[in-house]
Design a protein around this ligand. Structure first.
Ligand SMILES: NC(=O)c1ccc[n+]([C@@H]2O[C@H](COP(=O)([O-])OP(=O)(O)OC[C@H]3O[C@@H](n4cnc5c(N)ncnc54)[C@H](OP(=O)(O)O)[C@@H]3O)[C@@H](O)[C@H]2O)c1
Length: 275
C-alpha cells in the first residue's frame, strides 16, 4: 500500500527499519522483508550500513524486484559541519545510486536545522531526491522552518507507538500535509507496551500478536511505519497484516493508551554535542 506525499510522490506506507543491522544479517533481513512484500528500507549514515543497503537493493533487483525505495538521512555531524551537500553525495556513493527516494533530516539541531533545511531544498529542487522531510521535529521546529521554507517537508519521522501517540503532532502534520512516519513502532519491545492489558486483549480477539495489532493501528490511522526486525519469523509476522481490521472503538482505545513514554531522546532535551 502506498501513500501520496504532498509533492505527488507515492511512497510505500510500510517499510523496514534497519538499525543496527549490517553485513549478512542486514542482507538476510532485507531478503525476508522483500519476500513478505516490503519494498522500502530506512537507513542513515549514522547506522553505518548504507553500503550494505546499496548491496541489498542490488541483490533484490537481481531477484526480480522492480522498484525498491530507500530513505536515508542528513546526520547530525554533517549538520554541525555545515556540509549538507558533501554528506548527501557521500550517501549516494555509499548506496551506489544517483538519486535518493526520501531524504530526511535526522534531528533538529537548534543551531543549524533551519539552514540545513534550505540546503536540502536545493538538493530536492535539482531533482536528486523524490521527496525531502525531517525526523524528530516537534510542532515548534516545523513552525520555524515553515517560516522560510519553499518546500513543505513531505514526512516527519518520529517516535510513535501506543505509549507515545503524538496526537497533537499528528493533527498539526495532517493540517500541513506532512505524513508522519512512526519509528520505534513497537517501542523496541518495551515491556510496558508489550504487556499492556488492552493490547493483549485486542490481540487475543483477532488471534494476532501485540506487534501486529500496533502495526495495524498505524496503517488504519494513516501513518507510515518502519518496524525493525532481524528475524525471518518476526519480519513475516510484522508484514502479515491482512485479513483483519480493528474497529473504531479499538483504534480509539489504542490512542488512549498514551502516557508520553519515550524509548529515544526527546528532541527538545537531546544533547546535540554528542548525538
Ligand atoms: N529517525 C530517527 O531518529 C530514528 C530513531 C530510531 C529508529 N529509527 C528507525 O526506525 C526503525 C525502527 O525503530 P527501532 O528499531 O528503534 O524500534 P522497533 O522497530 O520498535 O523495535 C525493534 C526491536 O523490536 C523487536 N521486534 C520487532 N518486531 C517484533 C515482533 N514482531 N516480535 C518480537 N520482537 C519484535 C526487534 O527484535 P529482533 O530484531 O530480534 O526481531 C528489535 O529488537 C529503526 O530500525 C530505524 O530504521 C529512526
Amino acid at each position: 500500500m502506498f501513500v501520496d506525499l504532498n509533492n505527488g510522490f507515492c511512497y510505500p506506507q510500510m517499510g523496514a527499519g534497519t538499525f543496527p543491522l549490517k553485513g549478512y544479517s542486514l542482507l538476510k533481513a532485507m531478503y525476508y522483508a522483500y519476500k513478505n512484500g516490503c519494498i522500502s528500507f530506512d537507513t542513515s549514515p549514522a547506522y553505518g550500513n548504507e553500503r550494505w543497503i546499496g548491496i541489498g537493493v542490488k541483490v533484490l533487483k537481481l531477484l526480480g524486484a522492480k522498484r525498491i525505495y530507500v530513505t536515508t538521512k542528513l546526520s547530525n555531524s554533517a549538520q554541525r559541519s555545515g556540509d549538507v551537500r558533501g554528506e548527501f553525495n557521500s550517501s549516494l556513493k555509499r548506496l551506489g545510486v544517483t538519486y535518493i527516494d526520501l531524504y530526511l533530516m535526522h534531528w533538529p539541531n537548534p543551531e543549524t536545522y533551519v539552514e540545513a533545511w534550505l540546503e536540502m531544498e536545493k538538493i530536492y529542487k535539482e531533482g536528486h531526491a523524490g521527496a525531502i522531510g525531517v525526523c524528530n521535529f516537534h510542532e515548534h521546529h516545523l513552525d520555524k522552518i515553515l517560516e522560510v521554507a519553499t518546500v513543505v517537508p513531505a514526512v516527519n519521522q518520529v517516535e510513535l507507538h501506543p505509549l507515545l501517540t503524538q496526537k497533537k503532532l499528528r493533527e498539526y502534520c495532517a493540517e500541513k500535509g506532512i505524513y508522519i512516519q512512526s519509528y520505534s513502532p513497537v517501542a523496541r519491545m518495551d515491556k510496558k507496551l508489550i504487556d499492556n492489558e488492552a493490547l493483549l486483549s485486542i490481540a487475543d480477539k483477532y488471534g494476532k500478536s501485540v506487534p501486529q495489532i500496533i502495526l495495524k493501528w498505524n496503517i488504519q490511522s494513516g501513518l507510515m511505519v518502519i518496524p525493525k526486525s532481524a528475524s525471518g519469523v518476526r519480519i513475516k509476522e510484522n508484514f502479515s497484516l491482512e485479513g483483519f481490521s480493528l474497529t473504531d472503538v479499538e483504534l480509539n482505545t489504542i490512542d488512549s493508551l498514551n502516557v508520553n513514554y519515550r524509548v529515544r531522546h526527546d528532541p527538545d532535551n537531546a544533547d546535540f554535542s554528542k548525538l
